[in-house]
Write a protein that binds this ligand. Structure first.
Ligand SMILES: O=c1[nH]c(=O)c2[nH]c(=O)[nH]c2[nH]1
Length: 290
């Protein structure tokens, strides 16, 4: 039987790194989870166990920590680009690098104390291939809910359908969004804040006939207003809130008391792509579709 080594990559996953920057007695904190992954001429280790081309995952982890000391980490996109370029330019057998960074938020209490923020995470996935690079940034677990402005009706009914139609329901989701940047280097933080704010405003203001419609509106609003975004992919679980039947207790539930079910949940996923988007290259290589 004939076979050969297929696509492969390897690296150190989820390096947990916290950095403290001091400006007098005011300290700043960055709390990151960094994953590195390398591609290249790695047949030997897979086929014969010859490790002469393997940049050890332990070395990759050490590089993350050392780079954080040698220069301020700064924006996660820039830090990921520095790491990716380092691996590709330092080792001739390494032709591509993927660096994933999650940034976990802390809210300031005083000059040197912090409270862990919400579950929301800011993300980036940087790919370096030869002298090219791609940046896909985003957020995860941005939990939002609206108490009205959401309907769901008009769907097909068959013998298994029990869901009542509604013209007024709670709509809640935990947004995961990834957007692919195009064009020249930019102010990553400013772009992130603007995109996050567009997602929130559109969720709140768009009257919803389905979560699918809301997802598309959120993505479209980003692509319409942010020329640096070639494409955005969204994954939005429908965090169902069911009106509790209070009639056994002789009570009428006028959309006031809900059962917040955690599973199963609808999972609505989709993307919005600019017609004239720059080529995606390796931007999404080995990333989940949504
Ligand atoms: O916004 C919704 N989209 C669906 O596809 C769906 N299906 C369902 O049971 N409830 C909902 N809500």
């Amino acid at each position: 039987m004939a076979y050969s080594l297929g696509p492969n990559q390897y690296g150190k996953a989820e390096v947990r790194m916290v950095t403290v920057t001091r400006s007098g007695s005011t300290h700043s904190l960055q709390d990151l989870t960094v994953s590195t992954s390398l591609r290249g001429s790695l047949e030997a280790t897979h086929l014969t166990g010859d490790n002469s081309d393997v940049v050890a995952t332990d070395t990759q982890k050490n590089t993350v920590f050392a780079f954080a000391k040698e220069e301020p980490v700064g924006e996660i996109e820039d830090f990921a680009l520095r790491l990716g370029r380092h691996f590709v330019s330092s080792f001739s057998q390494i032709t591509g690098a993927r660096v994933l960074i999650d940034s976990h938020g802390w809210d300031r209490i005083n000059q040197h104390s912090f409270a862990r923020g919400s579950s929301e995470v800011r993300t980036t996935a940087v790919t370096v291939s030869g002298d090219q690079h791609w940046v896909v940034s985003g957020l995860r677990d941005l939990v939002v809910l609206k108490t009205t402005g959401s309907e769901f009706h008009g769907y097909p009914k068959d013998k298994y359908t029990t869901l009542p139609e509604t013209t007024d329901r709670i709509l809640a989701t935990a947004v995961t969004a990834r957007w692919r940047y195009q064009g020249a280097a930019l102010d990553w933080s400013a772009s992130f804040s603007a995109i996050r704010s567009i997602l929130l405003t559109t969720f709140a203001e768009k009257h919803s006939l389905s979560l699918q419609q809301t997802l598309y509106a959120m993505g479209a609003a980003v692509v319409e207003t942010r020329p640096e975004v070639a494409e955005i992919r969204l994954s939005m679980p429908n965090k169902h809130h069911f009106v509790v039947d209070l009639s056994p207790f002789g009570l009428e539930n006028d959309n006031e008391v809900f059962y917040a079910a955690d599973r199963p949940y609808g999972l609505i996923e989709g993307s919005v792509i600019r017609d004239d988007a720059e080529d995606e290259g390796d931007a999404w290589y080995s990333l989940p579709m949504f």
